[in-house]
Design a protein around this ligand. Structure first.
Ligand code: IPE
Ligand code: IPE
Ligand code: MG
Length: 220
């Protein structure tokens, strides 16, 4: 095992390849998403161990609504169950959770569960886990610009205003962005916030991205 010379403050991950992981095994796509939840847990555990201050994960993009209804509903169901199952672990490990994105479009019961989780972990002083849900970079920039102009009529927006109106306002920009599954694109993720971010791509599918793979990315 190599050395991690410097622990980044904020690591972000585009979790990709669940469907291909499943297809390779002759399984339904949802089985890949299920297995991917284990990788979320593993990455978070390592982030906590290494005292990484912010770990953000791209869980659902505004473009992902175009997937089959069954798959989208399966994803909500997985998230709902993960929240129920993991809340205690998160509190015990002093993890603070933030869920960012256009949450109004999520099913009502999931919205309630999300708010409950954020509230229940709000006192966490360790790692902040940020789940980007129904998020896209263009949407974020648009909502920031619209909100700013509504609150400051006639005022020209400055870069620092954009920083403060994005949904990531309270969070430093990512130092490192990881994308799994061999795809090497940003897919409308944090467009503004990654202006100076380092990128790391791996061919490993998300369900296989566990602690040792995460370590490799940090070493690199
Ligand atoms: C990432 O895996 C999970 C989400 C986008 C929700 P994919 O579902 O995109 O898996 P592939 O890219 O089809 O293999
Ligand atoms: C990006 O993965 C979105 C998430 C990881 C949530 P996709 O698999 O949806 O991206 P594209 O469509 O291949 O670019
Ligand atoms: Mg994909």
């Amino acid at each position: 095992m190599g050395e991690i010379s410097k622990i980044p403050q904020h690591v972000s991950i585009i979790m990709d390849g669940n469907g291909r992981w499943a297809r390779l095994r002759g399984l339904e796509r949802l089985e890949g998403h299920k297995e991917g939840v284990g990788s979320v847990r593993a990455s978070l555990e390592l982030a906590v161990e290494l005292k990484i201050k912010y770990l953000s994960l791209f869980a659902f993009s505004t473009e992902n609504w175009s997937r089959p209804k069954d798959e989208v509903e399966g994803l909500w169901n997985l998230m709902f169950k993960a929240i129920e199952r993991e809340t205690e672990f998160l509190i015990e490990n002093h993890v603070r959770v933030l869920i960012l994105g256009n949450l109004e479009q999520l099913p009502q019961d999931l919205q309630a569960a999300v708010h409950g989780l954020v509230e229940a972990t709000s006192g966490g002083t360790g790692t902040t886990l940020i789940i980007m849900m129904n998020y896209s970079g263009k949407w974020d920039i648009m909502q920031a610009a619209n909100r700013f102009s509504k609150e400051n009529p006639g005022v020209e927006m400055r870069p620092e205003d954009m920083d403060n109106y994005l949904v990531t306002a309270s969070i430093p920009d990512p130092d490192l962005l990881i994308r799994t599954s061999g795809e090497e694109r940003i897919s409308n993720y944090m467009l503004w916030q990654t202006a100076y971010t380092e990128f790391y791509f791996t061919k490993v599918f998300w369900p296989d991205f566990r602690k040792s793979e995460f370590r490799l990315a940090l070493e690199e």
